[in-house]
Design a protein around this ligand. Structure first.
Ligand SMILES: Cc1cc2nc3c(=O)[nH]c(=O)nc-3n(C[C@H](O)[C@H](O)[C@H](O)COP(=O)(O)OP(=O)(O)OC[C@H]3O[C@@H](n4cnc5c(N)ncnc54)[C@H](O)[C@@H]3O)c2cc1C
Length: 464
């Protein structure tokens, strides 16, 4: 094979591509990263994880101030300055994007600005501000991510029907917001705008919100969101959308309301992979509903071409994309590489209250034939939760009874997305439930709830 310009060319600088670039640099691969956007970081940094969590934090601060009276602190009713909140969000996004640029430089990754496509088995054409240029590489990594999916009856127009990219840039709080889709993205925006003062309706076609979570978690979250004034319509199908003088009217089927009116509609029904016009099919790489098919090391049908993140049919999550990126790069560099265990992917929704889970739900564990015992411990029995004034929610542990293996941990409640980390470690280390409850947990902490739920799964919770 003739000398190549690079050992690796990566298409896309999201959490899949940029993390793969850093790891490749660490392993000494001569690496280039192609990005069509002027800023680095992809969906996660620019239009996903980071900006949503910045706005969710603003929402949390607003709610804390509203609650100050319960601490004996008298403050006037807080006013939200949306422009300032948005400016703060943008500055966080920019800092993160600049941080990625710095890390790539530090690891000697060459940045190529432009739209990349494969023009041969080892060739990438980059169409950038200076025109088209072609580069060669021994390996290629596709990390071109995803964009919001439209539905034919409600295509996003950026005015009254919005997708997640549009709603992130809103410079005002609408009177009312209908959200279609109660996955993580829809539920987080419902939570933000409820705190910001909009009347929010959350519409989900499946029988429950956050349908991939444990059923008890979905039910617990629904109860908490209703208490916050969010109208949750699960088991409800959208059949039509009409424009009205003041917004949109949704026609609904199957649920408790036939219509809902709102000033704005957010469509959050999922995303589609960005794989068209990359030149993949011409190289014999087949797509299935737009997704690239890969083996357990993220290799496509052409073994030197890898694909990771939102373009492959694994969970749409930044940490999945990053882990797949590291796996792919270590594999192509000839390092010992271990396929990922997708049963151990943490799933987090940063709404209020938060949801964090890892491992099998109770239903999945039973479906797989395990003899299952579960334990639940409410936040209301935790001293720390009372101190924080955050008594809603619970921790649920799923274990199997033959070897006492820990199968899953599911949390709905304050700081659930941080609390889930210890369960991730426990599952990764194939801990038994007893190892989890015998691990000493500091008092008073919310993490005690995890140990208590593990105790409960073995039949002996202490503080209840
Ligand atoms: C509102 C929202 C909130 C989210 N919150 C979370 C969260 O809290 N936690 C979490 O884990 N996940 C979250 N996600 C999901 C997460 O953002 C994605 O799973 C993740 O970004 C996927 O990473 P990726 O590297 O595969 O692709 P992306 O992040 O989509 O990046 C792909 C990059 O490739 C570039 N690109 C595309 N085509 C080309 C081309 N031909 N040439 C050059 N460049 C190209 C794009 O411009 C983009 O920069 C959220 C998503 C959304 C929409």
């Amino acid at each position: 094979m003739p000398d190549q310009d690079f050992d690796l060319i990566i298409l896309g600088s999201g959490p899949g591509g940029y993390v793969a670039g850093i790891r490749a640099g660490q392993l000494g691969l001569r690496t280039a990263l192609v990005e069509k956007d002027p800023k680095l970081g992809g969906t996660c940094t620019l239009r996903g994880c980071i900006p949503t969590k910045a706005l969710l934090h603003t929402a949390a601060v607003l709610d804390e101030i509203r609650d100050a009276g319960t601490h004996g602190i008298q403050v006037p009713a807080p006013q939200l300055d949306v422009a300032k909140a948005q400016a703060r969000k943008r500055s966080i996004v920019d800092k993160n994007s600049k941080g990625i640029e710095f890390l790539l430089k530090k690891n000697k990754v060459t940045g190529l600005h432009g739209r990349g496509r494969l023009t041969g088995p080892n060739q990438v054409e980059v169409d950038g501000p200076q025109g088209k240029k072609t580069y060669s590489a021994k390996n290629i990594l596709i990390a071109t991510g995803s964009v919001p999916r439209d539905i034919p009856i409600a295509p996003a127009d950026g005015r009254r029907i919005l997708n997640s990219d549009h709603v992130l840039e809103l410079e005002r709080v609408p009177q009312s917001l209908a959200v279609l889709g109660a996955g993580a993205v829809g539920t987080e925006f419902a939570s933000i705008y409820a705190s910001f003062g909009a009347k929010v309706t959350l519409v989900e076609m499946l029988p429950r919100i956050l349908p991939i979570e444990d059923e008890e978690v979905s039910a617990g979250l629904e109860k908490a969101l209703r208490k916050r004034g969010i109208d949750v319509l699960a088991g409800t199908k959208l059949t039509a959308v009409e424009q009205t003088d003041s917004g949109v009217r949704l026609s609904l089927e199957g649920g408790k309301k036939p219509t809902v009116e709102a000033e704005l509609l957010l469509v959050a029904i999922g995303r589609r992979p960005v794989t068209e016009d990359l030149g993949l099919e011409a190289l014999g790489i087949q797509l299935d509903r737009g997704y690239v098919q890969v083996n357990e090391f993220m290799q496509t049908a052409a073994p030197h071409i890898y694909a990771i993140g939102d373009v492959v049919p694994t969970p749409w999550l930044a940490h999945v994309a990053s882990s797949e990126g590291i796996l792919a790069v270590e594999h192509m560099a000839g390092q010992p590489a271990k396929p990922l265990n997708y049963d151990r992917v943490p799933s987090c929704t940063y709404c209020d209250p938060e949801v964090g889970s890892v491992g099998l739900t109770e239903a999945k564990a039973r479906e797989r034939g395990y003899a299952v015992q579960t334990g639940k411990f409410p936040f209301s029995a935790l001293g720390k939760a009372r101190i924080l004034g955050r008594s809603e929610g619970f921790v649920k542990v799923v274990r199997e009874t033959k070897y006492d293996e820990l199968l899953g941990v599911h949390i709905v409640g304050a700081h659930a997305t941080d609390l889930i980390a210890e369960a991730c470690v426990a599952l990764q280390m194939e801990a038994t439930n007893e190892e989890l409850f015998r691990t000493m947990h500091a008092h008073p902490t919310l993490a005690e709830g995890v140990a208590e739920a593990a105790h409960a799964a073995s039949g002996h919770a202490i503080h209840i």
